[in-house]
Design a protein around this ligand. Sequence first.
Ligand SMILES: [Zn+2]
Length: 124
Amino acid sequence: MKQGDSIDCPLCGKNSFLKKVPVLDGWTKKGDILACAACSGKIADLPPVGLAGNTGVQKGKSVSALESLLGEKHSATPRIEAAEDEKSFCRDCKSYIVHPFMNRCGRHNKDVNPMSDCPDFIKK
Ligand SMILES: [Zn+2]
């Protein structure tokens, strides 16, 4: 029994043919069924093909479907660039003085944490 086979549908009684219908659970494709083209009634389950490989493909598909829906691909790049700009850590600052026992800020003349950020950050 496969897609395109002609059948006498036990559900609607018409002479019809089989069509493949995907079964979706949210964004995840769970598999396919064979359904009557006339009444869309389920005639048979289609066995899943290569379960392990299939799962990966389906995940990729559902992710890209979500991405295109939410426009993720367009907004992802600017968001990363913004994060780069926010890296005003003291360790990258011109005023940061590395000392064997402490880290000092030459501008504020105080001990600082290498990973703290400063409003007077000057890139080295
Ligand atoms: Zn039918």
